[in-house]
Design a protein around this ligand. Structure first.
Ligand SMILES: C[S@@+](CC[C@H](N)C(=O)[O-])C[C@H]1O[C@@H](n2cnc3c(N)ncnc32)[C@H](O)[C@@H]1O
Length: 188
């Protein structure tokens, strides 16, 4: 059912960039990188139908907050309809507007920003703007966690992250088809 919604939206919006939600193993691998025992502000770029969103909410403490930024109006509407949780704010817009969204909420930085957006489809200017704003939106010690298919060239994301973040690591998630790479960039 979710796959049908993805395919329908992908046909009308190439930035959806997938025919199906991410796998459970991808979600758990990202979750392992988040300290859910702490009070966190987590921002998610490109939640789609919320496979990461709902798992984060399961693990998050009651005082933590999650902001999901989705540019596709259909996904935004469905996500708001499907997940009713006072800790979640679903924002319709581009990840590049993260600083405005954050400002509207509390002005403090995020502990984690998790991204599933297709950087390879974005213009160079847009990529650069999103990464620069992402760096500014994170607290010191915060992490940016991006998952994408493993064959993406470094110039679409990793090289750009190295211009801002002192620590950038990549790992492969093999049980997924196609395999994913997770890029973790830490602001220290
Ligand atoms: C590959 S799908 C991932 C969906 C979901 N996170 C998952 O893993 O199953 C990419 C998602 O990013 C959204 N997206 C693409 N570009 C975006 C942008 N610039 N800002 C926010 N969301 C974006 C798409 O609409 C889509 O929901």
């Amino acid at each position: 059912m979710k796959t049908l919604v993805y395919i329908r939206n992908l046909l009308a919006d190439r930035y959806v960039a997938s025919i199906t939600p991410s796998s459970k193993s991808a979600v758990e691998r990202i979750c392992r990188k988040i300290n859910f025992k702490a009070k966190n502000l987590i921002i998610e770029y490109g939640p789609g139908l919320g496979v990461f969103t709902s798992r984060f909410l399961e693990y998050m403490s009651p005082e933590s907050r999650l902001i999901a930024i989705e540019r596709n109006p259909d996904f935004h509407r469905l996500l708001r309809r499907e997940i009713d949780d006072p800790r979640l704010l679903v924002h319709l817009g581009c990840a590049g507007s993260v600083l405005d969204v954050l400002h509207g909420v509390n002005g403090e930085g995020a502990d984690y920003i998790v991204s599933g957006i297709p950087f390879s489809l974005l213009s160079g200017q847009m990529r650069a703007g999103i990464i620069s704003n992402t760096f500014s939106a994170l607290k010191n010690g915060g992490s940016f966690l991006a998952y994408q298919t493993f064959y993406q060239p470094d110039r679409h994301l990793k090289s750009l992250l190295k211009e801002h973040f002192p620590v950038v690591r990549t790992e492969l998630v093999l049980p997924c088809i196609p395999p994913l790479s997770i890029i973790e960039a830490k602001k220290e």
